[in-house]
Design a protein around this ligand. Structure first.
Ligand code: CA
Ligand code: CA
Ligand code: CA
Length: 411
């Protein structure tokens, strides 16, 4: 082959190559938006930057190579065209989550759902994720499919939309974006929830490809719990001044800033430490010494403290009528509305010449409301005497004169 001929062939080949390349480039540029799949030439590699390494609650880059990732769940309505693991459509690493549109135009409602997360104890919390889809088929001119990010605090029974690509403004098809063009979703409204799931939903009909990768939930607070719980006692009874005049129902409540209350213990009147489960009733009179404390799930132990209270039931409604005659008699009446039991009574005479019957006492087993009982003291003696009668907490007194076995002038 002579040089001239070689140059000619080389020139034709070069020209052909340039023309072919240009044609390919022009075709790709004009139709790129309308493609249902990301053009392979648009692949980018990515190195994470500005990732807050402190306070990371969840990170998922699908690098386990399986969907759903460990601990995650999925909802699949179109098994042929749902989220799959991809080694070609990803934001960073080796794998990404990828969902292609169904060319048969069967509707797609495909979910990837995070494990349950504890949002308690945080002071700030954000969600960021990297995504990629078609603006042409997803927003304008066709809103045929959505990437919906939803949140649930009841284990997936109800979901609230917290992000959607339709509302963030113009973006470029097939380009990977971080959440709202760099701005994370603020999850502050959900701080304090004990069980939170976040779902990533491909929802569409005649949509296009979608990519998801590098999901990150991060914030301040959370993590290590170093603060013990706080325990409070509340008393349900009839308070009069500084004490209760009724039985008291004791309720103990405890709150914790972060990991939650593991258990609460109490010690009533030095009866020993007991695990608190339900409210209890205290019926006896006196000062009650109540100690309590709680322990959280991180093992922080609260210092035991006192919640003392006093019960003094009012004296039973008893009247006493003292009479003379043959010995001394006392009529004890229950003027209340409920029966009284085990009423102890005594009759005491303090005269100097009382030979028999200086004191007498017994117990009345029960006395119905409105009922009365007369008790007697047989007496032998002479002279003036004081007469004192006690029944329950009620006392009465009188004076009289004893003449042998008679007591006269009682008043
Ligand atoms: Ca990845
Ligand atoms: Ca859309
Ligand atoms: Ca705590």
């Amino acid at each position: 082959m002579n040089n001239q001929k070689f140059l000619k062939i080389a020139g034709v080949l070069l020209l052909s190559a340039v023309m072919l390349f240009s044609a390919t480039a022009v075709t790709a540029n004009t139709n790129k938006d309308q493609l249902k799949q990301k053009p392979q030439s648009n692949m980018v590699s990515y190195t994470p930057t500005n990732v807050p390494m402190k306070g990371v609650l969840l990170t998922e880059g699908f690098e386990g190579g399986v969907l759903p990732p460990a601990g995650w769940t999925s909802i699949i309505t179109n098994p042929s065209w749902t989220w799959v693991i991809s080694t070609t459509n990803l934001h960073s690493g080796t794998y990404g989550a990828d969902c292609q549109y169904d060319p048969a135009l069967v509707p797609q409602d495909e979910w990837l759902i995070t494990p349950s997360m504890d949002f308690r104890g945080y002071t700030s919390l954000y969600l960021s994720f990297w995504w990629m889809m078609s603006y042409y088929w997803g927003v304008t001119p066709y809103d045929n499919y959505d990437l919906n990010v939803k949140i649930s605090t009841d284990d997936g029974t109800t979901w609230t939309l917290i992000w959607n690509e339709d509302t963030i403004g113009t973006f470029t098809s097939w380009q990977w974006y971080n959440t709202t063009l760099g701005t994370p979703v603020n999850l502050a409204a959900y701080i304090g929830q004990a069980s939170v799931k976040i779902g990533f939903q491909y929802e569409g009909f005649d949509g296009a490809q979608m990519g998801l990768d590098d999901i990150l939930i991060y914030g301040e607070g959370g993590g290590a719990d170093t603060t013990p719980p706080e325990t409070h006692c509340s008393f349900n009874g009839t308070l009069e001044g500084d004490h209760y005049i009724s039985d008291v129902i004791v309720t103990i409540t405890a709150t914790d800033d972060s990991s939650g209350v593991n258990y609460t213990k109490y010690n009533l009147d030095s009866g020993g430490w007991t695990n608190y489960t339900v409210p209890f009733t205290v019926t006896t009179d006196g000062v009650h010494v109540l100690q309590c404390y709680s322990v959280d799930f991180a093992g922080n132990v609260e210092e035991a403290h006192y919640c003392n209270f006093t019960i003094q039931h009012p004296a039973p409604p008893i009247t006493i009528t003292i009479k003379g005659g043959l010995g001394v008699s006392a009529t004890i009446k229950n003027t209340g509305t409920t029966a009284l039991t085990n009423i102890s009574w005594t009759i005491t005479l303090d005269g100097k010449l009382i030979f028999v019957g200086k004191t007498k006492g017994d117990t009345i087993a029960s006395l119905a409301a409105g009922e009365e009982v007369t008790v007697k003291d047989f007496v032998i003696g002479f002279g003036k005497t004081g007469i004192a009668v006690e029944a329950g907490a009620t006392t009465a007194s009188a004076t009289g004169t004893v003449i042998l076995i008679f007591v006269i002038g009682v008043a």
